[in-house]
Write a protein that binds this ligand. Structure first.
Ligand SMILES: *[C@@H]1O[C@H](CO)[C@@H](O)[C@H](O)[C@H]1NC(C)=O
Ligand SMILES: *[C@@H]1O[C@H](CO)[C@@H](O)[C@H](O)[C@H]1NC(C)=O
Ligand SMILES: *[C@@H]1O[C@H](CO)[C@@H](O)[C@H](O)[C@H]1NC(C)=O
Ligand SMILES: *[C@@H]1O[C@H](CO)[C@@H](O)[C@H](O)[C@H]1NC(C)=O
Ligand SMILES: *[C@@H]1O[C@H](CO)[C@@H](O)[C@H](O)[C@H]1NC(C)=O
Ligand SMILES: *[C@@H]1O[C@H](CO)[C@@H](O)[C@H](O)[C@H]1NC(C)=O
Ligand SMILES: *[C@@H]1O[C@H](CO)[C@@H](O)[C@H](O)[C@H]1NC(C)=O
Ligand SMILES: *[C@@H]1O[C@H](CO)[C@@H](O)[C@H](O)[C@H]1NC(C)=O
Ligand SMILES: *[C@@H]1O[C@H](CO)[C@@H](O)[C@H](O)[C@H]1NC(C)=O
Ligand SMILES: *[C@@H]1O[C@H](CO)[C@@H](O)[C@H](O)[C@H]1NC(C)=O
Length: 744
């Protein structure tokens, strides 16, 4: 049934690089708090099932290419007694069976629970050769559905190289109803192949294997949810957990859902850790934790950073003996490069970690809490996007439209929505129409939520936390912290000059002078703008580090454009797509010269905007923000000088990792991705459309008309201006909806 030949040819481009490097085990001299003292094991559930369909050839081949991960197979039996690997007893949840045998559904009792589904016991292995694997989690890649066939357990045990093989037998009593003996099957298998682990949630099944499998095979008792009843003892798993010494009589370890160790509240925040790991270790049992994935099931405490989660299981007061995961690379990297880090935070060297609206992944943009968190998370530079209030006070606010960043729509100012075409075509409630008092006393900040459309929200408990800040408050705060510098972003300068009579450049310079930044030498003052005319004006008036932000995705910059940028900028921030172009979230095989071109001209390059949420990342980064940062920063990858991020903590920890500067000894899981490698694993028919070619930046796009003078009257409005500013309350609701839609 297998098609591993197929999988291997698909994988060839991706594996070439990996295999030539040889194994690179964790480089630690430190001792681990595992039972054996060895590093925790990484067990790839159904292969690299976060990327490819669980239990598919490609999933196993890819996980096996990370030579340090054990391969896991969920064993099921067919009508003719053949063992196959499938993640779910319900075949309709992981295969195409419902299409192949539309009438093949049946209702059986599974551990006492009546269950309606397609079951492997109703089909023989010949029939199943027409059935293909599909993802069970819809946010994952669809393009691999219906490409790979169901494979026998023997194929996994014989065709892949791995440090260990783990067979999970989720059901034994179920199969005995059909006169199929899981026990005989497993015993015969373990005579022919090396099986390192056998796990089961059934006590009687494990007991029946005792003494009959090789002494090297570890028997592991798998715990299900605490309220579920174990079929052979009729006790709940919760009550079995209370007697670990009894488990030791038939098993050498336990496998528990991760929430047995780090329980979570109903709203998905971590509670304190339980003593399960220590208790089990005291009873002489190894502890394996299950349910790790980068793209779901992360508590808000981890800020969408799966490495943080692993570290909580292996790098604290205790360590589990292994983790069962859909994304083995992230577990390997956490264990191999991110444990025992010395976070003394003295190093503000490259890559520069620049916050984006503070730690806006955790707190509302540009609030005191977002900035404090950015500093404690180790940002090198914190940033303020300057807006202005009606009473001409410069403030830090990520959007000029308060609807984006505050509770204004439910406030008394909701009726002040206007369309200002110079800014955007739909109605906004603008900072310059409210006084600082209005804003500070009546509005609450609102956390940014770029991925709510996909049901991913940032910490709900922090939804409206913190206080807005004036630019002067921000400067006072920043000046007292250990930072490499601050970055002040200025947009809409010409609108402010012409329509509001507000000279934002002068106001920023004055605020910097007033707060002592002109004398402050330890911190660099960076000024960022997408509009060169703003930077030109700053350059004329003061001596700051000027950062030109390129909003558009480009492949390279023409020599004349570089020369033009050199006239007014000291650094450039570029988009992620300009560094790693991608189509349908797959990196394409194209290396853009942009970063090198700018760096060769003496311009450091920062990349915007990195986020931890997996939806923001191309598949090639494995839904792992650390892998993404690594790809952008490594010399053989993006090679940028800094990252602009909503989650400075993840980027700062990256800087501390112990796998840097290892040359050709760099572990393969810390190599930058091979551009286009993943795309090549997709069948021709399922390939996404080619990306529209990116162009080179031209000097005409860089050069702008000079900033207009600040209009002397701040009174609203020549007749021309009024015609463009339209108060609109009646269809506000419609506009709000449209606006919310456009923003995500
Ligand atoms: C597999 O599908 C093909 C095409 O639908 C069909 O001709 C063949 O009989 C099927 N094989 C089995 C074993 O069901
Ligand atoms: C299908 O499998 C996924 C992943 O294991 C699981 O979350 C989901 O609940 C399953 N769906 C059904 C209908 O069993
Ligand atoms: C299992 O075997 C028993 C005894 O041979 C027989 O009575 C029973 O019908 C069989 N059950 C199934 C589902 O084949
Ligand atoms: C399991 O417990 C239930 C309820 O306590 C009881 O009805 C049932 O007979 C028990 N089954 C076994 C096999 O002990
Ligand atoms: C735990 O299990 C052991 C071995 O099965 C048994 O001797 C002991 O009495 C049990 N302890 C408790 C508290 O149930
Ligand atoms: C998780 O976050 C919540 C909310 O910030 C906090 O109360 C809790 O202590 C955190 N849990 C752990 C284990 O740190
Ligand atoms: C951490 O680094 C600091 C500064 O380099 C050093 O003084 C300190 O001893 C280190 N701590 C450990 C535990 O290695
Ligand atoms: C908002 O500010 C603009 C520019 O000063 C002004 O023209 C407009 O009338 C103001 N709108 C409201 C509702 O205050
Ligand atoms: C990427 O493209 C280059 C040049 O077109 C080619 O030489 C190289 O083999 C390609 N790499 C992959 C992985 O396809
Ligand atoms: C940049 O600012 C100038 C005024 O200095 C203005 O004319 C121009 O439209 C602005 N460019 C963009 C792209 O907003």
């Amino acid at each position: 049934m297998g098609r591993s030949g197929h999988a291997c040819s698909l994988l060839a481009p991706l594996l070439l690089l990996l295999l030539s490097l040889g194994s690179a085990a964790a480089q630690k001299g430190s001792t681990w708090k595992t039972l054996s003292g060895d590093p925790p094991a990484v067990i790839a559930k159904g292969g690299f099932s976060g990327l490819f369909p669980d239990s598919s050839d490609l999933a196993y081949a890819f996980a096996a290419s990370y030579q340090d991960s054990a391969l896991w197979c969920d064993v099921r039996l067919t009508k003719d007694g053949v063992g196959i690997c499938l993640p779910d007893i319900k075949m309709d949840n992981c295969t195409s069976i419902a299409n192949v045998f539309p009438k093949g559904q049946n209702t059986y009792r599974v551990n006492g629970v009546s269950t309606k589904a397609w079951f492997s016991v109703d089909y023989d292995s010949i029939q199943l050769s027409n059935v293909s694997l599909e993802r069970s989690i819809y946010s994952r890649i669809q393009r691999y559905d219906d490409v790979f066939q169901v494979i026998p357990v023997e194929v996994v045990l014989s065709q892949y190289k791995a440090p260990a093989f783990w067979l999970n037998v989720q059901h034994d009593s179920f199969y005995s109803q059909f006169n199929l003996s899981m026990r005989s099957y497993i015993l015969s298998l373990s005579k022919q192949y090396t099986v390192d682990y056998i796990s089961s949630p059934e006590v009687s099944f494990l007991k029946s294997l005792l003494g009959r499998v090789s002494s090297k095979t570890k028997l592991v008792f798998r715990f299900l949810d605490e309220g579920i009843v174990e079929p052979s003892t009729n006790q709940t798993y919760g009550s079995i957990l209370k007697n670990l010494t009894s488990i030791k009589t038939f098993a050498s370890g336990i496998l528990v859902p991760k929430n047995y160790i780090w329980p979570v509240t109903a709203d998905n925040y971590l509670k304190p850790a339980t003593s399960v790991v220590d208790d089990a270790h005291k009873a002489g049992l190894e502890v394996y934790a299950a349910d790790f994935a980068n793209d779901f099931g992360l508590s808000y405490n981890y800020s969408y950073d799966p490495v943080t989660e692993y570290l909580g299981f292996v790098d604290g007061a205790f360590s589990v003996d292994g983790v069962l995961t859909d994304f083995p690379i992230t577990a390997l990297e956490a264990i191999g490069c991110f444990t025992n880090l010395n976070d003394t935070k003295v190093d503000h060297g490259a890559p520069l970690v620049i916050s984006h609206n503070g730690a806006s992944g955790d707190y509302p943009d540009c609030t005191d809490l977002a900035y404090k968190k950015a500093v404690t998370d180790g940002a090198d530079v914190i940033d303020c996007v300057v807006q202005v209030t009606k009473d001409a006070i410069p403030i830090c606010m990520s959007s000029i439209d308060l609807k984006d960043v505050s509770t204004v729509v439910t406030s008394q100012f909701a009726s002040q929505a206007v369309v200002i075409e110079d800014i955007k075509p739909v109605a906004g409630i603008y900072t310059f129409n409210l006084t600082w008092e209005d804003i500070a006393n009546n509005l609450k900040p609102m956390i940014s939520n770029p991925w709510t459309r996909y049901a991913l929200s940032r910490s709900p408990r922090n939804r409206n936390a913190g206080n807005f800040m004036k630019l002067s408050d921000f400067l006072t705060f920043a000046k007292g912290e250990d930072l490499a510098g601050i970055m002040i972003t200025v947009e809409h300068a010409s609108f402010m000059a012409e329509k509001l009579g507000f000279g934002v450049v002068d106001a920023v310079i004055k605020a910097l002078d007033d707060s002592g930044y002109s004398k402050q030498t330890a911190q660099k003052v960076m000024i960022q703008s997408t509009n060169s005319s703003t930077l030109v004006k700053f350059k004329q008036e003061a001596k700051y580090n000027l950062v030109y932000k390129l909003d558009e995705d480009v492949k390279d910059a023409a020599p004349s454009a570089v020369a033009a940028i050199k006239q007014f900028a000291d650094a450039v921030s570029v988009s992620t797509m300009s560094v790693y172009p991608a189509t349908s979230n797959f990196l394409i095989n194209q290396t853009n010269p942009l970063v090198k071109t700018l760096q060769s001209a003496g311009l450091p390059v920062y990349v915007h905007l990195l986020m931890n949420e997996f939806l923001s990342q191309p598949w090639d980064f494995f839904s792992d923000a650390t892998t993404q940062i690594n790809a952008f920063v490594q010399k053989g990858g993006g090679g940028v000088d800094g990252v602009i991020t909503d989650f400075p903590g993840t980027a700062h920890r990256y800087k501390l990792n112990s796998c840097k500067n290892m040359g050709n000894k760099t572990p393969y899981y810390m190599l930058p991705p091979q551009r286009g490698g993943l795309l090549e694993t997709i069948d021709k028919a399922a390939q996404p459309a080619a990306m529209a070619p990116q162009k080179d930046l031209a000097s005409a796009e860089v050069v702008e008309a000079a900033l207009p003078p600040v209009s002397s009257t701040t009174a609203p409005a020549s007749s021309h201006a009024t015609s463009r500013i339209r108060t609109d309350v009646s269809f506000l609701a419609t506009l709000l909806m449209l606006c919310a839609y456009l923003l995500i």
